[in-house]
Design a protein around this ligand. Structure first.
Ligand SMILES: Cc1cc2nc3c(=O)[nH]c(=O)nc-3n(C[C@H](O)[C@H](O)[C@H](O)COP(=O)(O)O)c2cc1C
Length: 187
């Protein structure tokens, strides 16, 4: 099977352990990962985890400065199998919703939609305002998959780490990438 090439965007919403676990799983699956972190993502990562940013970046095959709007993912001619924004802040959601691409993550998401490639947004906020709900609805109408990191109990998680891995499994399912640690419902 052809090796997949995925763009991972990390924005500054809560949920950094999900992004870290996703990058680890993608490494194991031998997916080629291209990574863009916003400035707020770097700050939130330092507040929510003990993982230094360079450790996270070392899990990716290519890392881009979010200010470098001339980097490869800014163009639709750069082949990609899709993009996941994990977690996706309400600000980044709003940028994608309006096509206001003032950083590389937003531009890459805009390109992903225009090229009709898969865009998965792990949107995170609680509770949600009408603005957030409208943006999610309309971005979904535009072709994105809205995949909020909601808790699930049917898989009987024994730890936060297990819940995190479950969400990672749901994200990877969207790209048809195998993840051995994902416990599926089997009735
Ligand atoms: C610890 C922490 C947690 C945050 N959690 C959220 C969140 O869950 N959802 C959200 O939309 N913004 C959250 N924010 C605010 C965003 O980081 C902020 O809106 C930022 O401007 C987003 O920028 P970005 O989308 O370019 O990364 C959080 C900020 C911090 C410091």
């Amino acid at each position: 099977m052809k090796q997949k090439r995925l763009l991972v965007g990390i924005s500054g919403a809560s949920g950094m352990p999900i992004a870290v676990e996703l990058l680890r799983a993608l490494k194991v699956s031998q997916t080629e990962v291209h990574l863009i972190c916003t400035d707020s993502a770097v700050k939130t990562l330092s507040l929510e985890t003990d993982n230094p940013i360079n450790e996270i970046q070392s899990l990716a095959d290519a890392v881009y400065d979010s200010h470098n709007i001339g980097a490869s993912p800014a163009s639709g001619s750069f082949p990609m199998d899709g993009m996941a924004v994990v977690p996706c802040s309400m600000k980044t959601l709003a940028g994608i919703h309006s096509g206001y691409s003032d950083n590389l993550l937003l531009r890459a998401a805009d390109v992903t939609l225009k090229e009709r490639r898969k865009l998965v947004l792990v949107t995170r906020e609680c509770p949600l305002s009408n603005i957030h709900l409208r943006n999610m609805y309309e971005v979904s109408q535009a072709g994105a998959v809205i995949l909020p990191p909601v808790l699930s109990y049917y898989n009987r998680p024994q730890s936060v780490e297990e819940m995190t891995r479950h969400i990672v499994g749901k994200i990877l399912d969207q790209f048809e990438i195998e993840f051995n640690e994902f416990r599926r419902w089997e009735g």
